[in-house]
Design a protein around this ligand. Structure first.
Ligand SMILES: Nc1nc2c(c(=O)[nH]1)N[C@H]1C(S)=C(S)[C@@H](COP(=O)(O)O)O[C@H]1N2
Ligand SMILES: [Mo]
Length: 318
């Protein structure tokens, strides 16, 4: 978001586009190659769903889904990404995130909780019934998508660890491994990427732990194996490839607010009336569409979430 990049198209980018057109074929080949490792049966005798593109079982529809809007094609959702650990270009993550190893993976849940626990990813995926949540996603940069995520309410996890009365905020930490993530070597941001929510925001049923999209395991470039999605906030609040979830008493430091506090606040609720210091937030470009559409207050989720901010000056707490 701070970095401007030349728009020249390099031969490497063309190659990767062609690879994506053959995605199904590519997945079949990698499934065959990975049969020994990723698709090996787990201790319970249940096949592990570890690879992007593997179908997730028993995904339920959800009443919390946005309906009536066209979904952004999977190809766009997986080739137009912000994931600075894999580079700052929109197509960098789709080219380099295959280096990310998403198994084994664990998420440490700790801090002000009665039952801290390190969750293995296989357990986390099965913690609660998987739901399809179709949400609008609005990036602070002024573009948006409609994505059929798969996951469950973050509150399901919170219930199981029993936060104490001191738990006022939740901090999410993403993986920062220079061996797997070429962007970590660049001093672009203060790694690891961290984000945070107030407890009531984290407990809101719209806030999800996400493990998939389009009914399939989450592609690496979209934050595999587990990410957060908070649909009424700008996209950067939704941390990818989470390794730690910490319940804390004080408002946590968050990566973009540290990088540029004037431009990126802790709350970062989608708000067409509060401009970014360098551009208007009144309109947005839906990826795949020509022209622009109006940005909706709280990204269109105001009926559900506006009460969380009753009495707060949203120009001050942006
Ligand atoms: N760890 C991490 N999480 C991240 C980012 C990032 O660079 N690193 N980018 C954020 C931004 S700016 C956006 S818009 C969304 C994009 O998610 P998507 O690529 O799945 O659409 O991820 C967010 N989560
Ligand atoms: Mo973003």
């Amino acid at each position: 978001m701070l970095i401007k990049r030349s728009v020249a198209i390099f031969p490497s980018e063309i190659t990767s586009r062609n690879l994506y057109l053959n995605r199904r074929e590519f997945m079949q080949v990698s499934a065959a190659l990975g049969a020994a490792a990723g698709f090996a049966a787990t201790g319970l005798g249940i096949p592990s769903v570890a690879h992007a593109g593997a179908k997730l079982p028993d995904v339920r529809k959800s009443a919390l889904s946005t309906t009536g809007e066209d979904l952004t094609p999977l190809k766009d959702v997986t080739t137009y990404n912000n994931y600075y650990e894999f580079g700052t270009g929109k197509d960098d993550p789709s080219e380099t995130a295959h280096k990310l190893r998403t198994r084994p993976w664990s998420v440490a849940v700790e801090g002000e909780v009665a039952k801290p626990k390190v969750f293995d990813i296989e357990e986390l995926v099965k913690l609660a019934p998987l739901e399809e949540r179709i949400y609008r996603m609005r990036c602070v940069e002024g573009w948006s998508m409609v994505i059929p995520w798969v996951g469950y309410s973050f509150a399901e996890l919170v219930k199981r660890v029993q936060p104490s009365s001191k738990a006022k905020y939740v901090q999410f930490t993403s993986l920062a491994d220079p061996e797997q993530m070429p962007g970590i070597r660049m001093p672009i941001l203060d790694w690891p990427y961290t984000e945070g929510l107030r407890m009531d925001e984290a407990m809101h049923p719209l806030t999800i732990l996400c493990v998939g999209m389009y009914g399939e395991v989450l592609p690496n470039q979209d934050g595999a194996p587990v990410r957060v999605v908070i649909p009424w906030k700008y996209g950067f609040k939704s941390g990818k490839s989470v390794v730690k979830i910490r319940f804390v008493e004080e408002q946590p430091k968050t990566t973009w607010a540290l990088a540029n506090p004037r431009e990126y606040g802790f709350y970062s609720n989608v708000n067409p009336q509060v401009d970014h210091p360098r551009w208007s937030q009144a309109r947005e470009r839906r990826i795949g569409e020509f022209g622009k559409r109006s940005t909706l207050m709280f990204n269109g989720y105001g009926d559900q979430v506006a009460s969380l901010y009753a009495g707060m000056d949203l120009k001050k707490y942006y």
